[in-house]
Write a protein that binds this ligand. Structure first.
Ligand SMILES: *Cc1c(COP(=O)(O)O)cnc(C)c1O
Length: 100
């Protein structure tokens, strides 16, 4: 909210080194940072199988909903375990999951 950006390159490096997932909640970066507003990871040209990217649509996009971009293993886990949050049209709880 203050314009600070986490040291994402170093965090990704650590996630890869230790074999863990790094969840990036880019609620304030998506739609604002990087080429075409694609967010903080795009701004830094960061890609990794260890990233779980969460974007919300309630800030820059001005609508409700959210999405997750992650490895297929994570997406499958979300589809199986977070079903109440997927494919709903209830106000404030619409979300989608995407393999990327
Ligand atoms: C606002 C915000 C959210 C939630 O976004 P909604 O569009 O309200 O669902 C998630 N994470 C952070 C850091 C936020 O600022």
């Amino acid at each position: 909210m203050d314009g600070d950006i986490a040291p994402l390159a170093q965090l990704v490096e650590l996630a890869e080194k230790y074999g863990v997932w790094l969840v990036v909640d880019d609620a304030h970066g998506f739609g604002v940072l990087g080429p075409q507003g694609r967010g903080a990871l795009a701004a830094l040209a960061l890609r990794s199988k260890h990233l779980v990217y969460v974007g919300t649509l309630g800030k820059a996009a001005g609508v409700s909903g959210a999405f997750v971009c992650a490895d297929a293993v994570i997406i499958e886990w979300l589809v199986q375990r977070a079903r109440p949050y997927i494919f709903t049209t209830a106000c404030g709880s619409a979300a989608s999951v995407t393999r990327c």
